[in-house]
Design a protein around this ligand. Sequence first.
Ligand SMILES: N[C@@H](CCC(=O)N[C@@H](CS)C(=O)NCC(=O)O)C(=O)O
Length: 278
Amino acid sequence: MTDGPAAKRQKASTPDEAPYKLIYWPGLPGRGEHVRLAFEEAGVPYVDGAKQEDAVPQVLAQISTDNLAEGIVPNLPPLAPPILEHGDLLISQLPNILLYLGPKLGLVPGDDANAVYRINALALTALDGFSNEVHDCHHPICTSLYYEDQKPESVRKSKLYVKERLPKFLSYFERVLHAQEERKAGSWLYGASLTYADLVLFQCLDGTAYQFPRAVQQLKDAGGHKRVFALVDAVRARPNIAAYLESDRRLPYGEGIYRYYKELDVVLEDSVEEEKKE
Ligand SMILES: N[C@@H](CCC(=O)N[C@@H](CS)C(=O)NCC(=O)O)C(=O)O
């Protein structure tokens, strides 16, 4: 480390009108779906690299261990998609991409400079509880192993997730919405208008309901998280979102974050004691 690179870095210029491009794996919604939903709700055009013929090579070129991001200083090579390209800017990490896009797409209120950090906290929490943990229910040991090689652990984790974590995260978002209601702030997670946190929560719960249909239905029927489920329905009914969900741009779930395995479709009453004794 000899010189002071920060001072020498070439300045990237990203005009707002530069085209947006999502680089992502083809054939499944995945984490890229949160980026798509933001563009779709905002009605802002974007190029979806996942729908292009060379989608896989596009991703591989970025995440290759040979990629040193040469010539695109000060961008850095990404570890994994989703990746957003906007003019000279190339960034990865989904919550980071949403943090960048939120204000540009009008999905963060413009009258409070701190709003984006509160909205980011909501998005991160939804992704923790309804994306990362749900994914780990079918890959509890390691992502690099096949599901079939970690099945008993997946069943155990799913039972515990459904019994303890799913209700905890749902209750958290119910509490946030209750607080908003008490303040007469509206029925979205933050303030009077929809933000990208609402879109993230929608997608996360849509996927969680795909993986755990029985448990999610049970919790919905129990009526303890009415505000959360009403929010999911309200997002689904937004004109741009509804049109998108109807379109062939919306891909079905498959072998991605959210997967349906019958043996993991557990309910809250399923015993976890047996596994605990082993
Ligand atoms: N924390 C990252 C996770 C990225 C990630 O896990 N991407 C998946 C696709 S959704 C992937 O290709 N991972 C490859 C790997 O982790 O080796 C984010 O939020 O963007």
